[in-house]
Design a protein around this ligand. Structure first.
Ligand code: NDP
Ligand code: MG
Length: 390
């Protein structure tokens, strides 16, 4: 039996992972499941999967978790230290699906036990790609991509040398506002930004798809994970979301990965890698699809894409600054205190300010320096958000 843990088990990726596990529970021994505020879901899955341990990230939720697990034999724990401890429990495969930079510390800890880490938490690669890859190498751990585009590229590279790659193209649906008149974007509401044309995902990544902050993070993720140069990475708007990525080789061949927009494909590929096993995803019928459309992204509509280029040019801790500013800007948009278009203005201001004014930006990348610059960028984003009100 394979020992597995799922970080962010109560979220969209976590629940899709659990769906796959529940289809063949005899193959897995579940070590730890972690969540945040959704105690009922966390406890129900921990009991159903006979997990050893369930952890909520929030200390004040411990009594509720203990009550929900009472008599089940599942251990309950809470807080950051408990999350880290859960990541040290031996497992053969660990899903990293916490949302945001909060996934970084447990992910690093998991790598230190030399395990296979299935990485949905793209923010940790954006903030600390160099550190994650170095840690994986040092401890003989393996990082497998779960983001659909990166899984697609990874699959396109099987049997190929990265040196044979000329370019990597990741696709973007264009999000909720792909066809809106530009001048209407500043009036976009939270409800409108929270609905995705093709994918069913967590709220934060859905809004990040509308603004293309998600794609901006993914461009950086591509650079960090595959080690290609920034100008080898392209973004193509593809409204159908059926082609997830393309790998272009030096001989002119362009290999595309197609599939239904269902994260259980990428999760299942990482779960069964290096094998392929049957997965419960819809099979594409291209004759009934009929047409696939592609177009260049409009950089005026999606300023985050150009910002990602600046971040890659600067590298080091700039990714952590970008992500932190983006996370805070998104918090403010969700809270209703800023407009949709203010988010990219805030990240631009914070990037500029920290690059020119903070000496910390040149520090070596450690969990400490990433955490410090993350705090500084969050504060700067809060100030910028307060200035954009009114
Ligand atoms: P969700 O918001 O649906 O779930 C996030 C998970 O993280 C939940 O389990 C949540 O707990 C938990 N969580 C939230 N805040 C914290 C915190 N501070 N500390 C610890 N745990 C926390 O997100 P998604 O599943 O959509 O996304 C997860 C990750 O996967 C993200 O990095 C995202 O970018 C990436 N991803 C997601 C895709 C998707 O299709 N959804 C596609 C590709 C990548 P609770 O809900 O109990 O509060
Ligand atoms: Mg993606």
């Amino acid at each position: 039996m394979r020992k597995i843990s799922i970080f962010g088990a109560t979220g969209s990726i976590g629940q899709s992972t659990i769906d796959l596990i529940k289809r063949a529970p005899q193959l897995y021994q579940v070590v730890a499941l972690t969540g945040g505020g959704n105690i009922a879901q966390l406890a129900a899955d921990a009991i159903a999967l006979r997990a050893q341990l369930a952890v909520t990230a929030y200390e004040d939720q411990l009594p509720a978790l203990q009550a929900a697990l009472d008599g089940s034999g599942v251990e309950a724990a809470a807080g950051q230290a408990a999350l880290i401890e859960a990541a040290t429990r031996p497992a053969d495969w660990i899903m990293s699906a916490i949302v945001g930079v909060a996934g970084l510390a447990p992910g690093l800890k998991a790598l230190e036990q030399g395990t296979t880490l299935a990485l949905a938490n793209k923010e940790s690669l954006v903030c600390a790609g160099e550190l994650l890859l170095k840690t994986a190498k040092q401890y003989g751990a393996r990082l497998l991509p779960v983001d659909s585009e990166h899984s697609a590229v990874f699959q396109g590279l099987v049997g190929e040398e990265i040196s044979a790659v000329e370019r990597i193209v990741i696709t973007a649906s264009g999000g909720a506002f792909r066809d809106w008149p530009l001048e209407d974007l500043k009036k976009a509401t939270l409800a409108q930004a929270s609905s995705h044309p093709n994918w069913d995902m967590g709220q934060r990544i859905t809004i990040d798809s509308a603004s293309m902050f998600n794609k901006a993070l993914e461009v950086i993720e591509t650079r960090e994970y595959f080690g290609v140069e920034p100008d080898q990475i392209e973004v193509l708007v593809h409204p159908e979301s059926l082609v997830h990525a393309l790998v272009g080789f030096h001989d002119g061949a362009l290999m595309a990965h197609l599939g239904a927009p269902d994260m259980r494909h990428a999760i299942g590929y990482a779960l069964h890698w290096p094998e392929r096993r049957d997965l419960p995803v819809a099979r594409l019928d291209l004759a009934s699809v009929g047409q696939l459309n592609f177009r260049q992204p409009d950089l005026a509509r999606y300023p985050a894409l150009a910002q990602a280029r600046d971040v890659m040019r600067r590298r080091g801790l700039m990714g952590a600054v970008f992500n932190a500013a983006k996370e805070r800007a998104l918090d403010h948009f969700i809270a209703g205190s800023i407009r949709f278009t203010d988010m990219a203005e805030i990240t631009a201001r914070v990037l500029e300010q920290i690059e020119t004014q903070s000496s910390l930006i040149d520090s070596a990348m450690t969990l400490d320096s990433v955490t410090q610059i993350d705090h500084i960028a969050r504060k700067a984003a809060d100030v910028a958000a307060a200035q954009s009100i009114g």
